[in-house]
Design a protein around this ligand. Structure first.
Ligand SMILES: Nc1ncnc2c1ncn2[C@@H]1O[C@H](COP(=O)(O)OP(=O)(O)OP(=O)(O)O)[C@@H](O)[C@H]1O
Ligand SMILES: O=C(O)[C@H](O)COP(=O)(O)O
Length: 397
């Protein structure tokens, strides 16, 4: 049984201002939400609270802005949420201060409002007491429904839980239950795929992950960083050159733990980061100075498929390439469909997670063939490592 308070324990929400931390960090293109999975995930919690007569005040971040930055506003996401919820969702351009106070105080029972990006304030990521206080003054009760941000000890994900009566939302509850059920005692061999672009925040996690899994397939910008650390020329590829020491240390840890590392042997390279850019397949030993590796190549995909054939459990966070741009979606789509088919045929248990990873699986038409798809990427990886997640710990009874 989960050892934290859930919405079932929060019986009397009538007319209460309920501060709900959600994850609205959704994939967007030209101001439009391209994958609504994270929005759909929070609907049960919003409906539960409004059904009990509560006033729903949604707190969330978007992107990684340093201070106020209108390009990272939650306004378009609030509009998209309104469409998913099928009822009005108000929006206010700050998450603290007079504007937020007056918008929240004019809410009627059963109404929903989104407050602007919490990361517009430095106090959010610092978990600063005065910022926690300012947020707490807007609510009577706190609900955390963002498992996917639970690895962050920020004001809205952790600090608030110590200030107000705190509960887990429905999505938080079901994510933890589903992940525990699927992966508590996984059948081996366990193969992990880690790709994507958040190299600096995910790289160190791999040091622990290699102790938990039998094979680690590295893709995306993460792979470029490893290839560069091994002395390969990666041209203009997304790559964190200054993390070479950490990457090499992870390779040593993997060796010591008996975890096999699979890195790309070829890539689809281009000189422009745009859909249908002129491209070619190149060996990872033949990337030119002006080229970017934007996807894994066919020889890499063949190796990954062969490794998948021998696995019993797969966990996946982060796409193999810039899948939003055709044709650089090919490797991600091919592997997603392959995992989906193996799962469907009962050969594999598969769990994937992450904002863009879910979008990529949906794009491949493979999401509903996986055993479980989580909204969480970085948080999922930390949970897999066995780390205590601050946002979850703060909710414990
Ligand atoms: N080789 C590459 N070059 C440039 N971008 C890449 C490459 N490979 C993957 N990406 C980008 O990585 C992004 C996804 O990475 P990210 O680590 O954010 O995954 P995620 O599933 O969203 O996880 P999280 O939920 O933790 O954010 C996509 O936008 C994709 O275009
Ligand atoms: O997309 C995610 O994984 C979450 O929203 C967390 O975002 P962050 O990595 O910027 O904290």
């Amino acid at each position: 049984m989960i050892a934290f308070r859930t919405l079932d324990d929060a019986a009397d929400l009538a007319d209460k201002r309920v501060l709900v931390r959600v994850d609205l960090n959704v994939p967007m293109e030209s101001g439009r939400v391209t994958d609504a999975t994270r929005l759909k995930a929070i609907l049960p919690t919003i409906r539960d609270i409004t059904g009990k007569g509560g006033k729903v005040v949604l707190l969330a971040h978007f992107g990684r802005p340093k201070g106020r930055d209108e390009t990272q506003s939650l306004a378009p996401v609030a509009k998209a949420l309104e469409g998913e919820l099928g009822r009005k969702v108000a929006f206010v351009g700050d998450c603290v201060g007079d504007e937020a106070k007056s918008a929240v105080s004019s809410l009627a029972s059963g109404e929903v409002i989104v407050l602007e990006n919490t990361r517009f304030h430095a106090g959010e990521e610092k978990n600063a007491p005065d910022f926690i206080e300012a947020l707490a003054s807007l609510g009577d009760v706190y609900v955390n429904d963002a498992f996917s941000t639970a690895h962050r000890a920020h004001a809205s994900t952790e600090g608030l839980a110590h200030k107000l009566p705190a509960y887990a939302g429905r999505s938080m509850e079901s994510e933890i239950e589903a992940l525990t059920k699927a992966l508590e005692a996984p059948q081996r061999p366990v193969l992990a795929v880690v790709g994507g672009s958040k190299v600096s925040t995910k790289l160190e996690l791999l040091g622990n992950l290699v102790r938990k899994v039998d094979i680690l397939v590295i893709g995306g910008g993460m792979a470029n960083t490893f290839l560069a650390a091994l002395g390969k020329k990666v041209g203009k590829s997304l790559c964190e050159h200054d993390l070479g020491d950490i990457a090499r240390d992870i390779l040593d840890k993997a060796k010591a733990a008996g975890c096999e590392i699979v890195l790309p042997v070829d890539a689809v390279v281009a000189t422009e980061f745009k859909a249908n850019a002129a491209h070619r397949v190149a060996s990872v030993d033949d990337v030119k100075d002006d080229e970017m590796m934007l996807d894994a190549g066919p020889a890499t995909v063949a190796i990954v498929k062969q490794k998948l054939d021998g696995a019993k459990t797969v966990v996946w966070n982060g796409p193999f390439g810039a899948f939003e741009l055709t044709p650089f979606d090919a490797a991600t789509v091919a592997v997603a469909r392959y995992v989906g088919d193996l799962t469907h045929n009962g050969k594999l248990l598969s769990v994937a997670g992450g904002g863009d990873t879910v979008a990529a699986l949906n794009h491949a038409g493979a999401a509903d063939r996986f055993s479980y798809v989580s909204t969480a990427g970085g948080a999922f990886l930390e949970w897999l490592e066995g780390k205590a997640l601050p946002g979850v710990e703060a909710l414990r009874r």
